[in-house]
Design a binder for this molecule. Structure first.
Ligand SMILES: Nc1ncnc2c1ncn2[C@@H]1O[C@H](COP(=O)(O)OP(=O)(O)OP(=O)(O)O)[C@@H](O)[C@H]1O
Length: 253
């Protein structure tokens, strides 16, 4: 089966430093992969290479078998690559409702669906309201995004991601900086997305309880190199992972 997303020998060099070193990894729909590794391992840089924020020195990013390495971040997003942080403060002076509505509208416009003709303002509003309900943002619908507390802004990011209906969902520490009250909402949304057999989910995460609750698979990066890849139990118990963390627990890193 063609992977939904694949990196092949993906490498980036900053001066003399190789931040991501020939990383080859394939992802499939219906699977949530946690990407772990000590600070500076290259996790965010790998994400940046996949979403197009930075260009690779060599290697490829492939989406459903197609090499997308030369596409801009927005072209990659239109092709189905959804990354939560890209959407932060997209329209900070507009309300939560308007942000979601505009994102739904832009997705519908970009699509060449026959149903497009049937799209109406009513459909847009219905879908926007569904997303508000799903992300528990109904009470904040009329608030300007820039006035929201951090936790609610993170929820808006997930809401905009849902509005784009991507094939690939990329989350980089989605609960970072969130309170104990706020984090479960985001985690249950990700758990929801994971249930969709068509969704491929990548999650950079340090927190072990989150990884245990959500991950089907763990990929470990260390010094820019992929050092382990497999089901959570065996990967977490492996010597290579223990060595990478030098005896520290992942959640402590
Ligand atoms: N634009 C850049 N220029 C130079 N070096 C960079 C750049 N971006 C990242 N690096 C370096 O690449 C390495 C990997 O960084 P990266 O942020 O990807 O690690 P990480 O695994 O996401 O770490 P953390 O868990 O702390 O977020 C680090 O040594 C970092 O200093």
């Amino acid at each position: 089966m063609t992977p939904s997303l694949e990196t092949r020998d993906l490498t980036v060099r900053f001066g003399g430093h190789i931040a991501v070193n020939a990383v080859s990894c394939a992802f499939h729909p219906g699977q949530l992969t946690a990407i772990v590794g000590p600070n500076g391992a290259g996790k965010t840089t790998w994400f940046n290479l996949i979403s197009g924020q930075i260009r690779a020195t060599s290697g490829q990013v492939r989406l459903e078998g197609r090499d997308i390495s030369s596409l801009s971040p927005s072209a990659r997003a239109h092709a189905g690559l959804g990354r939560a942080f890209q959407l932060t403060n997209l329209f900070p002076a507009l309300s939560v409702f308007e942000n979601i509505r505009l994102t739904v509208q832009s997705r519908r416009k970009a699509g060449l669906s026959l149903f497009r003709m049937a799209d109406s303002r009513k459909d847009l509003i219905r879908e926007t309201e569904e997303i508000l309900t799903r992300t528990r943002l109904t009470a904040q619908a009329r608030a300007e995004v820039r006035t929201l507390p951090h936790g609610d802004q993170r929820k808006v990011e997930v809401a905009l991601l849902l509005a784009l209906r991507p094939k690939i969902f990329m989350f980089d520490e989605p609960t970072a900086g969130m309170s104990m009250d706020e984090a479960p909402v985001i985690l249950s949304l990700i758990a929801d997305i994971r249930k969709d057999p068509a969704a491929t989910v990548l999650l950079v995460e340090h927190k072990m309880d989150v990884i245990r609750a959500l991950a089907d698979r763990i990929v470990v990066l260390h010094n820019g190199t992929l050092v382990a890849d497999g089901p959570p139990g065996p990967v977490m118990a492996s010597d290579v992972v223990r060595e990478a963390y030098m005896g520290r627990e992942i959640e402590d890193v």
